[in-house]
Design a protein around this ligand. Structure first.
Ligand SMILES: Nc1ncnc2c1ncn2[C@@H]1O[C@H](COP(=O)(O)OP(=O)(O)OP(=O)(O)O)[C@@H](O)[C@H]1O
Ligand SMILES: [Mg+2]
Length: 266
């Protein structure tokens, strides 16, 4: 199959993007998929929570013409990471100042990366230039949405942002899943938010990821939830997201392929 390029994105902070990216990547790798996880957050620091070892980072790839394989390190079986650190902020400033096509830098720099079934991008909470780059590189977006009222507003804004980007750049980023996060069935706001999501986004909605302290602890142990607490609620919920993403494979191949075909035709 061709590679599925998926950005995990929401401009709102703390909604579970990194938790989702890390555990979805680990879960897909456990299912035998070759996965590359890209950290696109200067502050998020996935690497400190899962132990990446490469000397070079995304900054070197974007700005200093480093080769992808110098910046990628192995995290586990079937799972690699392209890490970032604070230097990514500098890269973002430099990219913003480029005279033209500053929205396609990531796409150009990642073009030579191959051999993966999935490339997942953990985005920062922003709609800045790096996230625009991520959305224009990816074919699909997974949007974690926190199950509170602010979470619903943020989701609406995010959906508009994707629509605007697609219109403006004639791009075909498809939202393949909306993932309700930080769900606690005992909390009224959570239940109401989930109900709203079910009404408005039934077809795209994944099963909710429940609040689970093991999900917070796992990164401190530099482990995915599947290794850290395999029988936890968090592991069950992320396993169900992994299955949902895998079940979209056939449809994704079809529509990703169609757009590529349409582009070469035009
Ligand atoms: N289901 C969950 N249960 C309990 N804690 C969670 C859950 N999901 C995420 N968290 C915790 O909530 C915090 C925010 O999660 P996370 O870092 O994944 O969000 P984010 O959207 O990536 O944030 P940012 O926008 O800052 O990058 C973290 O401390 C994380 O461990
Ligand atoms: Mg994050």
């Amino acid at each position: 199959m061709g590679v599925r390029k998926i950005c995990i994105i929401n401009q709102k902070g703390g909604v579970g993007k990194t938790t989702t990216a890390v555990n979805l990547a680990a879960g897909l790798a456990r299912q035998g998929k070759k996965v590359l996880l890209i950290d696109l957050d200067a502050q998020g620091n996935i690497q400190t929570s899962i132990g990446a070892t490469s000397q070079k980072s995304l900054y070197h790839l974007l700005i200093e013409n480093a080769e992808p394989n110098e910046c990628i390190s192995m995290l586990g079986k079937n799972l690699d990471i392209l890490r970032s650190d604070e230097t990514l902020t500098k890269a973002e400033t430099m990219i913003t100042k480029l005279p033209e096509s500053n929205t396609s830098v990531l796409k150009e720099k990642l073009a030579e990366i191959n051999g993966y079934d999935y490339i997942l991008i953990d985005c920062a909470p922003s709609l800045g230039i790096l996230n625009q780059n991520a959305m224009l590189y990816a074919d699909e977006a997974i949007i974690p949405a926190s199950t509170d009222h602010l979470g619903l507003d943020a989701l609406t804004k995010m959906l508009e942002a994707v629509q605007n980007l697609n219109d403006y750049f004639d791009h075909h980023l498809r939202i393949t899943r909306i993932v309700p996060t930080l769900y606690d069935a005992r909390v009224k706001t959570c239940k109401e938010s989930l109900q709203h999501l079910q009404n408005d986004h039934y077809e795209l909605l994944a099963e909710p990821i429940r609040t689970n302290s093991k999900l917070k602890e796992a990164p401190k142990a530099m482990q995915s939830i599947f290794k850290y607490a395999p029988s936890s609620r968090g592991a069950k919920d992320y396993a169900s997201l992994v299955s949902a993403v895998l079940s979209d494979e056939a449809a994704a191949q079809k529509s990703n392929g169609q757009h590529k075909y349409a582009e070469t035709e035009a």
